[in-house]
Design a protein around this ligand. Structure first.
Ligand SMILES: Nc1ncnc2c1ncn2[C@@H]1O[C@H](COP(=O)(O)OP(=O)(O)OP(=O)(O)O)[C@@H](O)[C@H]1O
Ligand SMILES: [Mg+2]
Length: 293
């Protein structure tokens, strides 16, 4: 699709709807109507008294790609950890309304978490690093070998099954980390600045590959980044957070059809979205912090 076409009106809207169907990505309104995850008034006060989150309301629908964007220290990682069940909120309601969404009624089992660092064990091969979560769950490697091979194929690392982390580039290590998160077939993928440490070219490539995975596996993604450009390329919705204690300052739907090719990055629509998100981020950072700690 060309930049000119992207900037066009109703014909594009029809095509957009067709592509949404093909990529199974709901609009922001559709997603909110049938929420997978609902946070209401979530606050987080740490034991040292520091208030990281204050009254966060957020609803995420199946098939959305939601990005949390905000200044350093505003509580993005804390919010992701609350969603993952790795930290408990001090206040507020936290619900998975469709609690059977993972087939066995345990939302926790349906989550994959990708951290900023690939966190690979240097003495284990790529396959053994990917195997780790299932090993910890008591599964024998022989019984899950096919799943390991499949997960590595999904991130384009079939040829590196027996390699060690020291033999991989930074981007490849991050792919291993993503394969490890995909191994349990999660419905919801939580990603905390996964590409922040990578060079621009690798990051762009991984952005493209992530969107392919997002579509192919019908994932719901909650992604954290500092990059306005990355958020506008990837997301169906961007949640802009204000400075600590973190609150939702703005939500911006990126109503651009998937798949998003390189032309999108060059299009006036992309520029326009980046400007809107930058403005919202500037406003969020200017909001007077409510310091209660
Ligand atoms: N375990 C903890 N105990 C006390 N304070 C904490 C703890 N974890 C995080 N914090 C504080 O909570 C605030 C939010 O931290 P968090 O890591 O969620 O921010 P962030 O938005 O992810 O920042 P960044 O963009 O730099 O990664 C920070 O002020 C941090 O110092
Ligand atoms: Mg963080």
């Amino acid at each position: 699709m060309t930049a000119r076409q992207l900037a066009n009106g109703s014909t594009e809207r029809t095509r957009e709807n067709d592509q949404r169907k093909r990529w199974n990505v709901p609009s922001a309104e559709q997603a909110t109507d049938r929420a997978l995850l609902q946070l209401a008034g979530i606050s987080k006060r740490f034991s040292n008294g520091l208030v990281a989150l204050e009254g966060v309301d957020l609803s995420v629908g199946p098939g959305e790609f939601v990005t949390l964007l905000g200044p350093s220290g505003c509580g993005k990682s804390t919010l992701l950890r609350v969603i993952a069940g790795l930290a408990s909120p001090s206040n507020g309601r936290f619900d998975w309304p469709q609690s059977n969404h993972d087939g066995d009624g345990k939302p926790g089992r349906s989550l994959g978490f990708v951290f900023q660092e690939p966190t690979l064990l240097p003495w284990r091969t790529v396959a053994d690093n990917v195997y780790l979560p299932l090993q910890l769950a008591g599964k024998r490697k022989g019984d899950v070998q096919d799943r390991i091979v499949e997960a590595l194929a999904q991130v384009g690392l079939s040829r590196f099954v027996d390699a060690y982390p020291r033999e991989l580039s930074g981007g490849m290590k991050m792919r291993v980390s993503i394969a490890r998160a995909l191994l349990t077939n999660p419905h919801v993928l939580l990603m905390d600045e996964p590409f922040a440490a990578l060079d621009e070219i690798t990051r762009t490539k991984l952005n493209n590959d992530l969107l392919e995975l997002f579509a192919r596996k019908h994932l719901t993604v909650i992604f954290v980044t500092h990059s306005v450009y990355e958020s506008v390329f990837l997301s169906s919705r961007i949640v802009v957070m204000s400075a600590r204690p973190g609150r939702v300052s703005a939500e911006i739907a990126i109503d651009v059809p998937y798949p998003r090719a390189e032309e999108y990055r060059m299009s006036p629509t992309y520029n326009d979205c980046c400007r809107r998100v930058s403005d919202a981020l500037r406003r969020a950072m200017a909001e007077t912090p409510f310091v209660s700690d």
